[in-house]
Design a protein around this ligand. Structure first.
Ligand SMILES: C[S@@+](CC[C@H](N)C(=O)[O-])C[C@H]1O[C@@H](n2cnc3c(N)ncnc32)[C@H](O)[C@@H]1O
Length: 211
């Protein structure tokens, strides 16, 4: 069954409920109404190619930015309200981006594969065990050579945003035996409605290296 013709599973609805509440009374704290500046820069560098997945897409601004640049993009999120908003924006803007309610831990349910994955603000919401499961889920929809770009809060002492991730914590689920190689980990920033100048972040690119 394809994502188009199946409703959200009860697991997805359950997982999405707290997240969905963030979207119900106006914009969520991270929902800028425009793409993240770091993702705009990354796209301008040509970092996205082929079929692109936006995992935890929220209301779709990053995915729609990539769609407007001509990329083939699917966005998934557990929050039904966010997905409905993303679908409406795609319709209003005449863009071909597809958005589905879906769980990042069950990406194989999509029954598709991707050349590039974007994760803007999802990875840092997971604990260490969830990150391992998420990385395995990413492997289920990618092949060798696929690239994953993750923008997540970085541990920066007093200046840290919510859920800061240390370098060691970031590297742990991508250790070499998992079939992934971290290519770059750059200092970056995540802009939020509560932090218009941005908070310290890692902008990382990881390559799938195994078969
Ligand atoms: C901090 S928000 C970032 C949203 C969006 N990427 C952006 O930049 O505006 C994290 C998003 O991940 C979604 N999310 C959380 N857990 C998820 C999961 N297991 N599968 C898919 N999406 C999830 C939330 O609903 C939320 O929209």
């Amino acid at each position: 069954m394809t994502p188009e013709d199946r409703p959200a599973t009860s697991h997805e609805r359950e997982a999405g409920r707290p997240w969905d509440e963030s979207y119900q009374d106006g914009p969520a704290p991270w929902d800028l109404g425009r793409p993240q500046p770091a993702i705009v820069e990354l796209a301008a560098e040509g970092a996205f190619r082929g079929r692109v997945l936006d995992a935890g897409c929220g209301t779709g601004e990053n995915a729609l930015h990539l769609a407007a640049a001509g990329l083939s993009i699917v966005g998934i999120d557990v929050a039904e309200t966010a997905v409905a908003q993303a679908q409406e924006k795609a319709r209003d803007r005449g863009l071909a981006a597809e958005f589905f309610v879906g769980d990042a831990f069950r990406l194989s349910d999509l029954d598709r594969t991707f050349d590039t994955v974007l994760d803007c603000g999802l990875f840092h919401t997971f604990d260490a065990r969830e990150r391992q499961a998420y990385v395995a889920s990413l492997a289920s929809v990618t092949g060798p050579g696929a690239m994953v770009h993750i923008l997540c809060f970085r541990d920066a002492g007093a200046e840290s945003g919510p859920h800061p991730v240390t370098r060691a914590e970031f590297e742990a689920p991508f250790h070499p035996e998992t079939g992934w190689r971290i290519e770059t980990m750059r200092d970056s920033r995540i802009v939020a409605r509560f932090a218009p100048d941005g908070l310290p972040a890692w902008l990382s690119t990881i390559r799938r290296v195994d078969a």
